[in-house]
Ligand binder design. Structure first.
Ligand code: NIG
Ligand code: FE
Length: 414
């Protein structure tokens, strides 16, 4: 099966498979009047004008790209896709200005989702996560990272990671797993947090690594959650077992978690709303990808966003993600993230699309396979009903997807 998308008004290739920052990030390698040829599950050719005709045969589906913007499939490199229940009841607390960490201390927040997730069966978790993954695909996401962290006990954490694995097998969207046992300290370990850390190190991490249930390890390194010292111990142990390092870093207050990400040469540091100047320098000089989550800042009513603009100007490789989760960012849509990245952080359209494709691929170590429209890469492609890239960001609050191609097959068609 061959697909040719021809006469594309705005073909955004995001080509150049290297971490993009500074001026480079402002260039999304756009081709006007472009075309893409897809054969089997790969991109066979990319070009301009009429040359697509060389690839035509009777087995080819031809799509007209007039009036469309075509981009690489969107990559969401930070989600909490699998969980039980929902948290709409926290809305009124939020409106009374009860803070996020305060809600957590009262047994709400993450811990209330932990209770719901422990109660849910594998099938229930699978079904609700699949529904979210369906929505993601409808909005143009073709690859996601998905964290555990709402079980905290052995069985539920493993169950969550098994759900990720089965979704990856069954669903068109590719799902990459992260073990986030250090998302909170579970109630039953309230006054013995060292024991919980030992339990992760001695029991859970070795099992996760041996059974290939995750590629990454993550830790919520934040005042009131895990200290930098604890995070370093947990993450280093994960690395010893072969897992890549991610950190939920300085989301609400700076405790030098961004600096720690630099020191550990983590794959990515995520959130970073409160990251210090030194933290930002450490990310830049150690080439740690900053995964920014502007929908979360909006939803937490933080009145501030991560310094995306500043980070790019200072040489940090910035990626963007939904943080899809039941508490601080209940959305599946990377198009929603586009809006807040632009209006909250001052990122430009070309920076935004680089941040959701090639830079996001680097945040999950998949840059050789996905993240740009280049010959030989996976044929994961979005066709948007937008006449140019600026229009895609400018016209907000609606789903602009026309077609999604995943692994060379049309999986969404409006
Ligand atoms: O990325 N910050 C920590 N974890 C999630 C929120 C989880 C929750 O509130 O359920 C986040 O925002
Ligand atoms: Fe998160």
């Amino acid at each position: 099966m061959k697909i040719i998308i021809k006469n594309i008004d705005c073909l955004v290739t995001c080509a150049g498979s290297h971490k993009k920052t500074k001026e480079d990030m402002k260039d999304a390698k756009i081709i006007e009047n472009g075309f893409v040829v897809v054969e089997e599950d790969k991109i066979k050719a990319v070009g301009r004008g009429e040359d697509y005709k060389n690839y035509l045969d009777s087995f080819t589906e031809v799509i007209d790209g007039k009036g469309k913007t075509v981009t690489p499939g969107l990559i969401d490199p930070h989600t909490h896709l699998v969980y039980g229940g929902s948290r709409e009841k926290e809305l009124s607390l939020k409106l009374q200005n009860v803070g996020y960490i305060e809600i957590l201390k009262r047994g709400g927040g993450i811990l209330s989702t932990v209770r719901e997730t422990r109660k849910a069966s594998f099938e229930e978790l699978y079904k609700s996560a699949k529904a979210r993954l369906d929505l993601m695909l409808l909005h143009g996401t073709t690859s996601v990272e998905s964290k555990s962290g709402y079980g905290l006990d052995f069985d539920t954490e493993i169950k969550m990671l098994e759900v990720n694995k089965k979704l990856n097998e069954d669903h068109a969207v590719d799902v990459y797993s992260t073990y986030l046992g250090a998302h909170a300290v579970p109630k039953e370990y309230e006054n013995k947090r060292e024991e919980y850390i030992d339990f992760m190190i001695n029991k859970v991490i070795p099992y996760v690594a041996q059974n290939n249930l995750a590629e990454f390890i993550d830790c919520f390194c934040e005042k009131g959650v895990y200290t930098t010292k604890e995070a370093e111990k947990i993450l280093n142990f994960g690395r010893e077992k072969g897992l890549g390092i991610k950190i939920h870093a300085d989301e609400v207050e700076s405790i030098a978690a961004a600096e720690l990400a630099g020191k550990l040469k983590a794959t990515s540091a995520e959130h970073l709303v409160a990251a210090s100047e030194d933290g930002i320098k450490a990310l830049a000089s150690n080439e740690v990808v900053a995964v920014l989550l502007p929908c979360t800042s909006f939803y937490l009513r933080l009145n501030k966003f991560a310094k995306g603009r500043d980070m790019i100007d200072k040489g940090v490789t910035v990626a963007l993600a939904t943080d899809c989760n039941p508490g601080t960012s209940p959305t599946e849509s990377m198009q929603e993230v586009m809006t807040f990245a632009c209006f909250g952080m001052g990122m430009l359209p070309e920076e935004i699309i680089n941040a959701m494709t090639i830079n996001a691929a680097f945040a999950i170590n998949k840059e050789k396979k996905i993240g740009s429209i280049e010959v030989g890469k996976k044929a994961d492609i979005c066709v948007f009903n937008s006449k140019n890239l600026d229009y895609l960001i400018y016209h907000f609050g609606v789903n602009a997807i026309d077609i999604v191609v995943k692994d060379g097959k049309i999986v969404v068609r409006k």
